[in-house]
Design a protein around this ligand. Sequence first.
Ligand code: OXD
Ligand code: MN
Length: 597
Amino acid sequence: MTAVCKHEGLNQWVDEMATLCKPDQIRWCDGSKEEYDRMTALMVESGAAIPLKKRPESFLFRSDPTDVARIEGRTYLSTLSEEDAGPTNNWIDPTQLKETMKGLYNSCMRGRTMYVIPFSMGPIGSPLAKIGVQLTESPYVVCNMHIMTRVGDRVIEALGDDGEFIPCLHSVGAPLEPGQKDVPWPCAPIKDKYISHFPEENLIWSYGSGYGGNALLGKKCLSLRIASSMARREGWLAEHMLILRLISPEGRKYHIAGAFPSACGKTNLAMIQPTIPGWKAETLGDDICWMKIRSDGRIHAINPETGFFGVAPGTSSVSNPVANEMLKEKTIFTNCALTDDGDVWWEDMDGPPPAHAIDWKGRDWAPGSDEPAAHPNARFTSHVSQCPSEAPDWEDPEGIPIDIFIFGGRRSSVIPLVYESFNWDHGVFMAASASSEATAAILDKVSPIRRDPFAMSPFCGYNMGDYFQHWFEMGDRLGENAPRIFYVNWFRKGEDGRWLWPGFGENSRVLKWMCERIDGKAGAKQTPVGLMPGEGDLDLEGLSIPSEDLRKLLEVDPQLWQGEIPDIEEYFEQFGSHLTDRMRTQLDAFKERLAKA
Ligand code: OXD
Ligand code: MN
């Protein structure tokens, strides 16, 4: 039963947007299981969803081939002054952008139903939570929002008659003429796609795409771009981070928040199964972390989401046994391959490939085919409650106090396996100069290595130079209570192209070192880049890793690092007067340490 909304501001906005988009009808989502089932049944009937015989209550969707990932080139941060968006964001003047988009939105939902999705990012009532309302004509988006956020009547109730909400207008941009047959994945051509943010008004307008971060507006748009901008104004942090709890054999709990660019194994790390006897891990989140300094002086984190929208290819019982289990039922799959016996398949899944499958474009596929069967950015959407390693208190409205921040990226050379910052400011510098190799999660970025500070480059809702300053200031406020900062690179390769580190569950050895550093139990040696495990500091018991590989993994080659400096300098220079002197001091100190090494 849909609650009657008594919020005049919300009702008025819905009316105005409906007048613009002209849907045939409007439905308010109540968030119930019946609603979810009704929507999936509707999509099965229309041919948009394929029920999977092998996985109960699971469905496969195939997107339009042009709508497969986030499109950074069509993502905008529209502030009154271009300078406030900064050089890492695409900018269009808000009046001009709204004019263009209103033209596109005009009648864009003809022939379709507009769904009103009230949703909460974070436990309803938590001091860290925020409410959004998404309008969309995509039933696929409704179902994904059900999994990824808290949807429905309870949100309307929490809003009352004047609560604050973030309006999120979304359309796939494909109206239906009377009698026109629908396609399985309606969307607009790339040139008409706009994923727009107006942080000064806390407003999101997305047009033309039905895929992931472009369309599930609670995720990257609200929880990162808009929230990071709110967080700066209000003195908190909205970050592209997983949240993980490690538990030592003695039962001591350590809370880790880790920022990695897309496709660097963030979901795998969030669901890690430690290989060190006695150590356990619990998952709190795999993508987004909101943090506030609470009355105990520590920074507390919540995962604003309720689900995982993870990359399917590469997920196996080796890379992520927890996800493997989680995906056995009640999951939405997008752009995976379909096997003849009614299951999904993707590259690097367990076991041999099927002899025949239907690929993500709906064509016959067989091993040896030129193209992969699943799109490299094929996804699964599963609810947290299905995750075997889910932390029992994942919905704690107070959040959990963070002990450790980890930053990282995917680099086959130069960057060692792990190092710790000398202090907060140095840690901010490490995170700000982070870099990674290209990924399939983004449609239009092809440069082999990109600077991705804090893994926030595509998600920072204001000038990134000011963002660095915000982090420095958070450190000042946290003082002694500041989490320790580490940098990791699981992806270093030998000259023969082999991965030097086994990764996955074995990453727990690196995490254990971090935990022991906090407790003053593990040693470290000083290097120009930071503090690194010395001989015997990493627990490698039971792991057979050639000592030469280990030496390379922990090698700091000052000359190779010198090669990074011009790129870091050039990157920082683009922020001009928005780059704080504190960052310049860190860069100079780093150069000096390298010169002396
Ligand atoms: C994601 C991304 O989908 O970062 O999480 O691209
Ligand atoms: Mn992400």
